[in-house]
Ligand binder design. Sequence first.
Ligand code: ZN
Length: 489
Amino acid sequence: MKVLSITTAILAACLVAPAIAQEGAVAGGTQTASAYSCDPNTCKLPNCLCASTSPPGGLQPKDTPQFVVVTFDDSIQAKLVETAHDMLNVKNPNGCSAKGSWYVSMEYTDFSLVQQWYANGHEVADHTFSHVGSPSSQEIAAAKSMLHEYAGIPYGKLSGFRAPFLNYTADTLTNIQKQGFKYDTSSTATVDDCYWPYTLDNGMANDCWTGICDAGKVKLPGVWEVPMYAVMDNANTPQLMDVYLAGSVADVTSWSNANFERHYNGNRQPFGIYVHPTHLTNFPGTPDASALKNSVVSLIKSLAGKPDVWFVTNQQLLQWMQNPVPASQLASQSYMQCNVPNTGKEICNGLENITISADGVASGALLQSCNLNNTNWHTCFNCPNAAPSLENPVPAAALQSSDPNYRKPVPDNCDSIWWDPVAGQCLCTESSCAYKDTAVPTTNNGTNGTNGNGSSSPDGKPSSGANTMTPIYGIILSSVAAGLAGLLL
Ligand SMILES: [Zn+2]
């Protein structure tokens, strides 16, 4: 609910912000009420892109896929995942199921479900440790460490960030660049600033009323901003998150369709459906959320029925942005495939038969159950010997490495969907599934270097992971070693 008041504040500010036209700097022929300036002749794909209302790569709108990003915020719990699956129960034009992105905060999160979400082709992204606005670098780094340690997400796949309450600052964006994130998605796009995602080489072009676009304020080469696309309601107020809370089902459906058509029949900018799944989930003692959820599900189903509509993660969207292809070629792109790995054995990789018990808790024969103070969650990896905290998000493992139940962490030369944490073995045997994580772990204070946790854990993870594991896939680059850490950002 706090977010709604923020969007109201944005509206109020938008209405009073003076429109300062500026000369031809924004590609696509649009004017912007900001100091934003970018020259498309020097800022070129794949690593630089000016903010523009037009599709990238010179594509005509009619040849451009209509992307829909469905995102989920906050903790990942069993009932919330069920809601997310209900929402994404539609197919893309290539027959793969719809994918979504989850911006995960740590409290109440079950890490086995995070891994499961990732293993099924969805995106896991950072939403801080304790869900605070204007988060410190430590808040951002702690969440990243935990998502890697307990859900096995390779650092290189943890590429997205969203600020809690969408409350970000120039410092926030600078911090995510230092920590190796590829993109932020915390800003608001309304109508005039309805830009496709763009890089921050030339600063921000959204939320300019805050001063964030002023020259020199933010200049982060290579970091992408994926604006959140507002639904304008009948009072022309931008509704951003949880739009279903802003009016009756009939009204919200009407606004959503009108705004979708604005994109679909216009310049095909991505369309967003941004939810806190807790609002759409039934819990004992809370009002029945079924009607609300069904309204969102039917909106998604109606959009999925239109030609060239693709439900993608923000990561997939950015892969396309960097190398835009016509809609007719999207189905064949490697990042749009949906093959489930055939490991030949039941391993704890997120794809095992995890069941949800009556009390809403994930269970599975291979999972470890971590009971820490007031929290209780599951993981394919080791439980910590103390409750994670902001200062120490990944305490040492509860088990000694000599214990038969000890789990081997994911090394940086294996994607966790192929990793058997019990045997300590990478089951990928072909180049098509090979993975090399070149992302640099961050220390808990958010600076570059080896993982604060890993270096203190018995196995020396992750820098020595490649030495202690026994991957079948044999390519271990010598540069994996910790000596490279710190050079890659
Ligand atoms: Zn949140």
